[in-house]
Ligand binder design. Structure first.
Ligand SMILES: Nc1nc2c([nH]c(=O)n2[C@H]2C[C@H](O)[C@@H](COP(=O)(O)OP(=O)(O)OP(=O)(O)O)O2)c(=O)[nH]1
Length: 124
């Protein structure tokens, strides 16, 4: 979850993979020999073009999809460069935290979306 002020980076999941057409945060699978924090930084750079730092671990949850079980760990991140933008080809866009509940995310994202609204929805 990459946050700048009230906004988070999200995109519509591409065709050709699981759950096309639903919104997602940047992310992907842990590779051998990397820590979760390294994977977060790598996936954000690969997917969005932005260099991010991990601000804090958020939580972990398990979910069983038709395409298989997942264990999802969420990390709150911020871009290192204050004005940097995601690459246009990435499809990632900034959306206000108050808009996130109106977007269709994978079912495993439900709890974390509610928590983000609680924590950041009152910011100026
Ligand atoms: N990236 C991402 N994945 C999510 C979110 N919510 C959610 O349930 N998932 C699930 C979907 C997939 O089962 C799994 C991530 O796998 P993925 O299909 O996106 O990852 P990937 O294969 O592209 O990974 P990689 O090759 O880039 O390492 O986590 C989310 O907000 N972002």
């Amino acid at each position: 979850m990459v946050r700048r002020d009230r906004r988070f980076l999200v995109r519509v999941r591409p065709k050709g993979g699981p759950m096309p057409g639903v919104w997602e945060f940047p992310g992907g699978k842990l590779e051998a020999d990397e820590t979760p924090e390294e994977a977060v930084v790598r996936e954000c750079l690969e997917e969005t073009g932005l260099r991010v730092r991990v601000v804090r671990y958020w939580n972990t949850l398990r979910y069983i999809y038709p395409h298989g079980p997942v264990e999802l760990s969420y990390y709150l991140c911020e871009p290192i460069e204050p004005d940097a933008q995601p690459t246009p080809e990435s499809g990632f866009v900034w959306r206000d935290v108050a808009d996130l509940p109106n977007l269709t995310f994978p079912p495993a994202n439900g709890p974390v979306i509610s928590q983000l609204v609680e924590v950041f929805g009152h910011m100026e």
